[in-house]
Design a protein around this ligand. Structure first.
Ligand code: ZN
Length: 64
């Protein structure tokens, strides 16, 4: 399994964090893998919720 693959629990945590970033502009959730803060970015039409450690977990969502 690639390092960036998420298990269901990690995916859930990042999905919730993504929703909080969209709704509130921030999240108290931490990276499910290493505990560092999570970062939210919009790149083009993509939403990226990722660990502040760039090589850790990342969830990509394509916006409308
Ligand atoms: Zn991490």
């Amino acid at each position: 399994m690639a390092k960036t693959s998420l298990n269901d629990k990690e995916r859930d945590t990042l999905s919730e964090a993504n929703r909080e970033f969209v709704e509130y502009g921030s999240t108290m959730k931490k990276c499910p893998r290493c505990g560092k803060p999570l970062v939210y970015q919009i790149v083009g039409t993509k939403e990226i919720t990722r660990c502040s450690d760039g090589s850790c977990v990342m969830l990509l969502a394509v916006g409308i």
